[in-house]
Design a protein around this ligand. Structure first.
Ligand code: HEC
Length: 109
């Protein structure tokens, strides 16, 4: 029984490690160009589009996990209708998006 339990926990651990690795790789290829490697948004495109600092706890409070998921799935538009962030629905699965939302949350801590 003990052996079985440890196998299960090893599997669970490697699954979550794989998710974290995917989110970090996706962040680097799809998100960092605007939001920056660290999420603070100090990039050329980030400044032009006026991204907010994702490492700031106050900014993180302005959107729920569901808001973030929705923005990544369907795109994010400013109040005047200009597109700020395009939809990632074709590039990322729902699970990829969820993992990225968790990844972004970890930046605000
Ligand atoms: C083309 C530049 C660009 C790229 C690429 C980009 N973003 Fe964004 N992102 C923005 C802008 C601009 C905003 C909106 C800032 C504002 O005005 O509130 C935003 C907002 C967000 C928000 C807040 C959403 C909300 O509902 O308030 C999250 C979370 C986020 N981005 C995560 C990501 C992730 C994860 C990726 C990669 C899959 C990504 N972004 C790629 C520009 C970008």
């Amino acid at each position: 029984m003990k052996t079985l339990l440890s196998i299960v926990s090893v599997l669970a651990f490697s699954a979550s490690a794989a998710i974290a690795a995917d989110a970090s790789a996706n962040w680097g290829t799809l998100c960092a160009s605007c939001h920056g490697k660290d999420g603070a948004g100090h990039t050329k495109a980030g400044k032009r589009l006026e991204v907010k600092d994702l490492t700031a706890a106050d900014y993180q409070k302005t959107f729920s996990d569901a808001d973030a998921f929705n923005s990544l799935k369907n795109g994010f538009k400013a109040a005047d209708g200009t597109e700020k962030m395009k939809s990632f629905a074709e590039k990322l699965s729902d699970d990829d998006i969820k993992a990225l939302v968790a990844y972004v949350r970890a930046m605000g801590k």
